[in-house]
Each structure stands twice: as C-alpha cells, then as structure tokens.
Design a binder for this molecule. Sequence first.
Ligand SMILES: Nc1ncnc2c1ncn2[C@@H]1O[C@H](COP(=O)(O)OP(=O)(O)OP(=O)(O)O)[C@@H](O)[C@H]1O
Ligand SMILES: [Mg+2]
Length: 413
Amino acid sequence: MPQDLIVGLDIGTTKICAVVGEVRDHQVEIVGVGAAPTAGGLRKGVVVNIDHTVRAIRKAVEEAETIAGCEIRSVYTGVAGSHLQGHNAQGVIIIKGREVTAAEVDRVIESARIMVSIPSDRELIHTLIQEYIIDGQDGIKDPIGIHGNRLECRVHLVSGSVNSLNNIIRCANRAGLEVSGMALQSLACGEAVLTEEEKALGVALVDFGGGTTDVAVFANNSLRYNGSIPVGGNNLTNDIAVGLQTSLNNAEHLKKSSGCCCNALSGGIEEVEIPGLGGRRSRSIPRRELANIVEARLKEIIDLVGVELRKASAAIPVLAGAVISGGSAQIPGLAELFDDRLNLPTRLGHPVAAGGLADVIRDPAYATGVGLVLYGHRLQHPSGDYPTGGARTSKPSKRGLGGRFWQWLKDVV
Ligand SMILES: Nc1ncnc2c1ncn2[C@@H]1O[C@H](COP(=O)(O)OP(=O)(O)OP(=O)(O)O)[C@@H](O)[C@H]1O
Ligand SMILES: [Mg+2]
C-alpha cells in the first residue's frame, strides 16, 4: 500500500464504508470508496456479529481497492455507541519559574489523566487538550518556551468499553487489515464537515446515522462533549412500516424517495404510492401522512439531542449553531425543523475538507469515512499545534489480538 494513501473504515450500524484518500501537495484527495450493508453485524454502533461484520468489511474494502487501484492493508477506524464516555479533567504541576518544556507538557497531561479513574473494563481512546493555563493566564494552546510557576491543563478524555473496542479491532484484523488508529466517530466527522471558525466559536455536530444519533460539541478548537442516542434512521423506517402497513424494504424506499418534514411539503396535494404486502393492491396516500410519521420521530430525536446539548452547553455556548450530518440528515426540511425546535441555526454538513470523488464528498453519509482519512492524515503529519493524546493501533495476527500494541501519537481536534 503506497505511503501517501490513507484509508478510513467507517463501521456503521447500517453500512460499512472504506474511503481511500491520497495526499497530494499536503491536500487530501478522495480516490476510492466502497460500501457494503452491515447486514446485522452491528446494533446501535456496537459489533454483535463478527462474521457478518468481517464479510461487510471485506466487501467494502475490495470495492474501494478496485476504484482506487491499490491494495489496502491498514485503516483508521471509528468507534461509536453508548459505551463511550467523555470526561473533562484538569491537571496541574509546579514549574518554579522555569521555561515549559515538552517533558513538562507530558507531565501536566498525565496529571490531568490520573484525575479520572478509568475502570479496568474500560480503555482511554483520546486525551484531547482543551487549553493550558500558566499562572492563571488561560487560553494557551502551545505553552512550550513560556516561563511561569504553575502549569495547568484542561483535557477532555474519551474512554470506551475494552470489549467493544477489541471487537472492532478483531473484525478488521480478521478481514486482513491492520488498524493504524481508532477515533471517536464524531471527532472524525468533525474533521470533515466543520470549519475552523465553527470549532473555535462553539458548534454542535449531530450525526444522524441509522442506529444511533451522535452528538458532539466543539469549542475553542477542541471537542468538549460527546454523547450517543440509541435512535436513528432505522427507527424512522420501522415507524413508516408500522404506520403505513408495509414491509421494511418498502418503508426504507419510501423514506428515501418521498420522506420529508412537513415544512418541506409544497402547498399542493402530493400523493405517494404504498406497495401492498403479499400480493395486495398498492394504494395512494397524501405525502403529508408520510411526513407526519417521519416528523413525529424526528421531533423526538431532536428533543433527545436537546437534552444532550443542555448537559453540555451550560458551560459551552454553541454560538455557531448546529451542523447535521450522516445519512438521515438528508431528509428534506430536517435542518429547518432542528432550527425551529432547538432555536439553533442549522446547516447540512457535507465533507468539505477534502477534494476528489464528487459522489463521496457531497454525501453526508460518507462524512465519517472521509473524516477518518483526514484524522489519519493529521496523525501522520502533525501540525505541532496539538499536544499528545492516545490512539490505539493493532496489526492483524493469526492469534486474534496477539499483535496489538499501544502507541502514543499526536492527537487532533
Ligand atoms: N436520502 C435519504 N433520505 C433519508 N434517509 C436516508 C437517506 N439516505 C440514507 N438514509 C438513512 O440514513 C441511515 C444511514 O445513515 P449512515 O450511513 O450515516 O448510518 P451508519 O453510519 O451506517 O449508522 P450509525 O452511524 O448509526 O452507526 C439509514 O437509516 C438510511 O435509511
Ligand atoms: Mg455512522
């Protein structure tokens, strides 16, 4: 696999996608993509069937290899699900008037890390630096070279269940892939769809996927909060199937072709055709009936997002508003509904931070996959702005996780 190729593997509840990025003149161009349905391999962001997941990974990777014309051996994968937890912590060390060195930065980060006790069945995935404070002066991004007496640092730690993380690695390894790093899906998604201004000012990123809706808050160029709601587009499909008495396949098709919020309906009476079940005749219903079902569930999800944002935003105002991403974000009228209900200016987030294949960079369902490529690129080419964090890596091994090892790498937000 050429060194200038970086692959993001987004293991989602409804689809697994592999996105291949090529680094040209320090810019990432997307040159390949492959996707396969997860087919029951995951539930609510967590692997529940290894064989199905491995099969889908292989299929997605083979498709991406054909399009990019390369062999894929290593990937950056995302992690999601309600097993993930975020913790804010603060560390302090005394430097007695000396200049801050890299060793002291490591020491103050470690002093913050040990403030949070992580049980043995959980593992730290990210240590994300929010800011340094020297002798009470806050907002410092790079403290090296500054003199002072007291060095403090605020960090956001993200931990996850060891078993859930191992299952992701096990699936990738069984598909013949080395895991070069793992990232919180929201963090990766933020890399692809958020602007630097939004991350600086304060923004809520909502990833409306199939099985989960992930909420992340960024401020001061750093991730400050992450949460996951175990409801997503699959629930919309179920509601349509039950409400309109049709199959899940028909409901999924109806949702994608005609589903919308009520605010996106035109004034005229539009009709949609509902295919009958088991040879029954199809029938027509007003599109508004479909929109009512879709909107009822979306309102419930948006209210749950509001609860997450209230937990996060007492101390962190989201002045730039919200960005919605993920496959379900494509439902017409969703941004407006979000804006109305939470009083937050909302836009649809496409992967804007990379060039290349137009189909991929225009589709919010690929935002996390593209973001994982950008995340991998940042790890490989650290700008120096961001201090160290932890990232997990593994090599494929005939003995399962035998080749796994820890490595400290530059982390980014
Ligand atoms: N055009 C569309 N309109 C409405 N919904 C859509 C559209 N395209 C995709 N979806 C829905 O988006 C969901 C899949 O989104 P996405 O690919 O972001 O999820 P995922 O990453 O597989 O799941 P998760 O992030 O929850 O683990 C499905 O429920 C699908 O029905
Ligand atoms: Mg997803």
